[in-house]
Design a protein around this ligand. Sequence first.
Ligand code: ATP
Length: 238
Amino acid sequence: MTPLLDIRDLAVRYGRITALDGVGLHVDAGEVVAIVGPNGAGKTTLLSAVAGIVRPVAGSIAFRGEPILGQPLERTVRRGIALVPEGRRVFGGLTVEENLRVGAVIRRDRAAAAAEIARFMEIFPILHERRNEPAGRLSGGEQQMLVIARAMLSDPALLMLDEPSLGLAPKVTDQVYALVADLRARGVTVLVVEQNADRALRAADRTYVLNAGRVRLAGPSAALRDDPAFEAAYFGMG
Ligand code: ATP
């Protein structure tokens, strides 16, 4: 079976800094895959390369079997790749509902987009309750739900999340990951980047450990949880 996303030998440099070096990974349709690693491991760079925000110097990226490396962000979004960047960037001055409408702009079918917004308000009752409030007034967890819902409105085949738990209390993080589990149950494919390894290992079917720009370890999350090599790989001693 052709993976949904297939990355091979990927290298990205920023000037003299090598952010990614010979990275290979794949994501099959329907999977939740995590990339974990410490600060500066290259996790954000990897998602940026897939989205078309940074241009790799070597390697290949295929989506649904077609090469997408070097394509600009607009093209990757249209192909069905959605990126939720780190930092929960909502449009703070727009209402919750307006934020969701922004997420649906690439949908041609207006009626279907409105129906989708209504459906997401059902999935996230808190967004419905606060639909007329400025998004800037939501809590961190609510803003995270909003940016995920907004990304889902482009109807992506692949949802990429950059550090969704960053800065959130454990209970709120639980809610965000319950949402990821819910999306998975609905057939959404998710690639999530996390520094929080425990959380990622619980949420993902498979996990890749990235350190200093290289994949150090990879496998089914259940196996990595008990693998004595995990910590060494994560902290760069592997
Ligand atoms: P974090 O958790 O801090 O986001 P990360 O694993 O996502 O870390 P990246 O942000 O991808 O890591 O960074 C990988 C390496 O590339 C780091 O050494 C970082 O300093 C460097 N880097 C990232 N972005 C740039 C940039 N725009 N210009 C120069 N160097 C950069």
